[in-house]
Design a binder for this molecule. Structure first.
Ligand code: FES
Length: 54
């Protein structure tokens, strides 16, 4: 059975392979903003949109 390839979009903003994730988020300590999480300011490597999913 054939399956589709899986791609991950970069949400931390630091990938060298944008728009795809290259794993840099692990090196910079990026953590996904979830429900109830404090939004981080732009330029902090995070998202300013609460609860946004890629
Ligand atoms: S989310 Fe940006 S490098 Fe993985």
């Amino acid at each position: 059975m054939a399956t589709e390839d899986t791609y991950a979009l970069c949400r931390c903003g630091r990938s060298a392979a944008k728009p795809l994730c290259d794993g840099t988020h692990r090196e910079i300590g990026f953590r996904e903003a979830g429900p109830g999480a404090e939004p981080r300011p732009a330029g902090d490597g995070g998202t300013t949109e609460k609860g946004r999913k890629a």
